[in-house]
Design a protein around this ligand. Structure first.
Ligand code: KE4
Length: 426
């Protein structure tokens, strides 16, 4: 068996950067990515058989924990009936019915195989429905890798300092307008500059790809008002927040209803699923009923639907979100206490089972504030925690993810590891 370093050297000979998604390459924190051999509950084990308490959770999907017996059983059972049909199957309808029941303004759904595809298709739908060309996004928000959205994006694009990707034609991105999260005046100015020109505003309702940044009171109500007044569609990208901050996503927490919602991650339970949801009047602009084309070979894949259905059944159980939110809050309280004890500008916060920790004295409220972190101190902290067997997302601009599988002993172990690690970087 090769160790992590040897596996990484091997991977880099055949995979670009040794990875299949840029953020996995540890470029923001340095060092060698861990090659995971297996995962169960709150834990992952690497090829050196080192166990980690996992707060990556596959970047969000694993809210019930890894290899949950009911999810694995559902996938196994589906696999016995075929891996993919390329034709309708009833589980697609079942999962869509669950979505429509949870989100009142969602009357029609279209499944995809990733959040990127769902966000990209939602943009096309908004442009087709409104007949307009411009889209408005927010600096630091990330909506996957569709060309129009790789402009001042978050997540790995931000971490690597390439928020606006090479290879995206200038005459395309000129239709992408960028405002500042939590700055309604920057949105109003763009609407004033482009009257009747903006097809949609797409936003992470609670930002997670410039680390967790909460919306200021009134921000989303303002977006809702401006979009309605200007005939633009408001799109909530709930790929990360959906079924994570609450069963009804950020729109339930915020009490603001978008025109279209984009989902992913938890809705697939670890299998490839994205989704767009919205009123029939808008959604039915999409093929085969309308003229906005959209398709995907593995969209609605039976195994992915089975994993999503099993996961949604588990998180819909009474008390699930109260329990997971309370335990996540206990972890965050312990991390904040560890920062105070170490005398380090370090803090953490959470919303439901989504959390963020920062090398800052108080939670950031903007893209600029999150950028003010002491990156070298974060890197040292990150690796000290990894060496303690605590796996956080390998970036200072990513949220971290709690699960129902994280027990009190895991929380206590994590807090103690943070105390030692923060003391060491003080
Ligand atoms: P995917 O295409 O990676 O399934 O989804 C893209 C996406 C869209 N919208 C939001 C709000 C997202 O957070 C994401 C994906 N998030 C990143 C982590 N910040 C996925 C990790 C990765 O890129 O490997």
């Amino acid at each position: 068996m090769l160790d992590n370093r040897q596996e990484f050297e091997r991977a880099q000979r055949v995979l670009v950067g040794g990875v299949n998604s840029a953020v996995r390459a540890f470029r923001a924190v340095g060092g060698t990515p861990r090659f995971i051999a297996r995962a169960e509950g709150a834990y992952m084990w690497d090829v050196e058989n080192r166990r980690y308490i996992d707060y990556l959770g596959s970047w969000g999907p694993m809210i019930v924990g890894h290899s949950h017996p009911k999810v694995v059983a559902a996938v196994r059972e589906a696999a016995g009936r075929g891996l993919s049909y390329g034709a309708p199957n009833v589980m697609e309808s079942e999962l869509a019915e669950r979505l429509c029941a949870l989100f009142p303004q969602v009357e029609r759904v279209r499944f995809t195989s990733s959040g990127t595809e769902a966000a990209m298709s939602a943009l096309r739908l908004a442009r087709g429905f409104t007949g307009r060309t411009k889209i408005l996004k927010f600096e630091g928000c990330y909506h996957g890798t569709a060309d129009s959205l790789l402009v001042k994006a978050g997540s790995g694009a931000l971490a690597f300092g390439t928020p606006s990707s090479a290879g995206v034609p200038e005459d395309l991105v000129r239709h992408t307008l960028v405002a500042r999260f939590n700055d309604l005046a920057s949105v109003e100015a763009l609407f004033a500059a482009h009257p009747d020109g903006i097809a949609c505003v797409i936003v992470e309702p609670i930002a997670g790809n410039m680390n967790l940044i909460r919306p200021e009171p009134g921000f989303h109500e303002g977006l809702r008002r401006l979009c309605t007044a200007h005939g633009a569609l408001l799109i909530f990208d709930e790929v990360m927040t959906g079924f994570r901050v609450a069963l009804g996503g950020a729109q339930q927490v915020l009490g603001v209803t978008p025109d279209l919602s984009v989902f992913g991650k938890v809705i697939g339970g670890g299998m490839p699923v994205g989704a767009i949801g919205g009123p029939a009047q808008i959604m039915e602009m999409m093929a085969p009923l309308g003229t906005v084309y959209q398709a995907g070979t593995l969209s609605g894949n039976p195994l992915a639907m089975a994993a999503g259905l099993a996961t949604l059944a588990l998180i819909s159980e009474p008390g699930f979100f109260d329990a997971v939110s309370q335990r996540c809050a206990r972890l965050v309280a312990g991390l904040n206490e560890a920062g105070r004890a170490a005398g380090v500008p370090f803090c953490a916060q959470s919303e439901g089972a989504m959390a963020g920790c920062y090398m800052l004295g108080r939670p950031p409220r903007s893209f600029e504030e999150v950028q003010a972190q002491d990156l070298e101190r974060f890197r040292r902290f990150y690796h000290l925690m990894l060496d303690e067997g605590v796996y956080l997302p390998p970036s200072p601009v990513e949220a971290f993810f709690f699960s129902a599988a994280h027990g009190d002993a895991d929380i206590d172990t994590t807090i103690e590891a943070a105390r030692r690690s923060l003391a060491a970087v003080a």
